[in-house]
Design a protein around this ligand. Structure first.
Ligand code: UD1
Length: 432
């Protein structure tokens, strides 16, 4: 079993290049199923969730070709199989996008229920309600979701989301692009990857308006044609490296970002005493002074992202004073707290609230990653802690971070992947 071994306590200096956005990629790759032509997709991050998405497309009969490390060509003109195997779906939450894309293009989908629920209850009722409103018949039976369009196809309609959901917004968008007439999604999520999916589909000939606002209008078109598209930079990957510098101190240029997408993270780091300078498509993060406390409430975009909550918690463990985190999206997103306590952190959790008493210094210890962002937060804490931190179950982290070790070593971090005897090779269900 591989672990990360970190010798912490060193400030970081240099440059880090950000990869394509995971949460955009895991939607855009299945959305290629909607396209009756060849898509060339650039800036695809090399992470295990992408490898799995491409494996699923191949299993369905798509022709998938990597042109270079970050560019893939996908041809979905000859798909014959509309059923996605259970073993592949279980490993990745985002496999739910296959329902919307297969249903939208072929009028039928049979997809195993997506992987487990490490962040608490993760229903897909809003996705299913949307498909039903478009006219599909759906069933959940024997661990599979079945969806079927009527003989004359799906029809556009008005869909009001009673809760803001990133996944349901994108899945309904996929099912609606080829439906007859106009679909209006109200109370839609506004995350950058929603805009990216809409831009991808529009490049291929779809007619989607309003993505990035809370009303998205989709006028159905006859067919999508092939084309080229480049995925946006990863907001959360960039935020994670900003948090690394916040925790360790130093001066790092984070390259290839969309600064606007980072505003929600930047404003909190500035409150904590970090200096942040926008330099075109790059962001410079400088931390010289001791960190100040702050409070965080996670919310849908443009609020503070829940996917940055554990990483900012790692920084707050080192700040002066008491900080409070209110988790507004997921029920169970403080599982990292017990691991942080091994490093000497002082955190009390009550339901969706965590109170963090800054301790000034953490001390290295052996840790186990428990999900993707919690794992990233453990890396941040380990980089700041004095001495050696070992992090196990790094498969979680590799789901979402492209070359994390190489990027961190490039700014002077002492981190390595080390093979250990197989004491714990559990493969827990996926989240993210
Ligand atoms: C996506 C992200 C995940 C991020 C989350 C919130 C991907 C692959 N994952 O997850 O990293 O943490 O957005 O930014 O992009 N809900 C329902 N019914 C549904 C769907 C959701 O009640 O049918 C609830 C959820 O339980 C949760 C809230 O809505 O409390 C938000 O979930 P949602 O935005 O759908 O998250 P995901 O799309 O699964």
């Amino acid at each position: 079993m591989n672990k990360y071994v970190i010798r912490g306590g060193k400030p970081l200096f240099g440059e880090i290049e950000i990869s394509g956005a995971k949460n955009a990629a895991v939607a855009i790759l299945p959305a290629a199923l909607l396209v009756d032509g060849v898509c060339r997709i650039e800036n695809v991050p090399q992470i295990s969730d992408v490898t799995l998405s491409l494996e699923i497309l191949s299993a369905l009969g798509a022709n998938v070709r990597m042109l270079n490390r970050t560019t893939v060509e996908i041809d979905c003109r000859h798909i014959r199989n509309f059923s996605v195997p259970d073993d592949l779906c279980r490993k990745m939450r985002a496999s739910y996008y296959l329902i919307g894309s297969l249903l939208g293009r072929f009028g039928q989908a049979q997809v195993a229920m997506p992987g487990g629920c490490n962040l608490g209850v993760r229903p897909i009722d809003l996705h299913i309600k949307g498909f039903q409103l478009l006219g599909a018949k759906t069933d959940v039976l024997g661990g599979y979701v079945y969806a079927e369009a009527p003989k004359n196809g799906l029809s556009g309609t008005n869909i009001y989301m009673d809760q803001v959901s990133v996944g349901a917004t994108m899945n309904i968008m996929m099912a609606a692009v080829l439906a007859k007439g106009m679909t209006v999604i109200e109370n839609a999520a506004k995350e950058p990857h929603i805009v990216d999916l809409a831009n991808f589909l529009n490049t291929m000939g779809a007619n989607i308006m309003g993505a990035g606002t809370d009303v998205i209008k989709i006028r159905g078109v006859e067919r999508l044609h092939g084309g080229n598209y480049s995925i946006i930079p990863d907001q959360i990957e960039a935020g994670t490296y900003m948090a690394c510098v916040t925790a360790t101190g130093g001066n790092v240029l984070i390259k290839n970002v969309i600064p606007k997408h980072l505003d929600c993270i930047t404003s909190k780091l500035v409150e904590m005493g970090v200096e942040i300078r926008e330099e075109g498509e790059n962001i410079r993060v400088i931390r010289k002074r001791p960190l100040k406390r702050t409070n965080i409430k996670t919310m849908p975009y443009p609020g503070f992202p829940t996917d940055m909550q554990p990483q900012i918690a790692a920084c707050l463990c080192l700040a002066n004073g008491t900080s409070m985190i209110n988790e507004g999206i997921w029920e169970n997103r403080f599982r990292y707290v017990e691991e942080f306590k091994r490093l000497g952190a002082n955190i009390q959790v009550d339901g969706k609230i965590a109170v963090i008493e800054g301790v000034g210094q953490l001390n290295g210890a052996p840790l186990q990653a428990c999900d993707l962002r919690a794992g990233a937060a453990m890396v941040i804490a380990g980089l700041a802690a004095k001495g050696i931190t070992e992090i196990g179950s790094i498969h979680y982290i590799e789901r979402g971070y492209d070359e994390l070790v190489r990027k961190l070593r490039g700014v002077g971090a002492e981190i390595a992947i080390v093979a250990f005897p197989d004491e714990d090779s559990r493969m827990d269900p996926a989240v993210g």
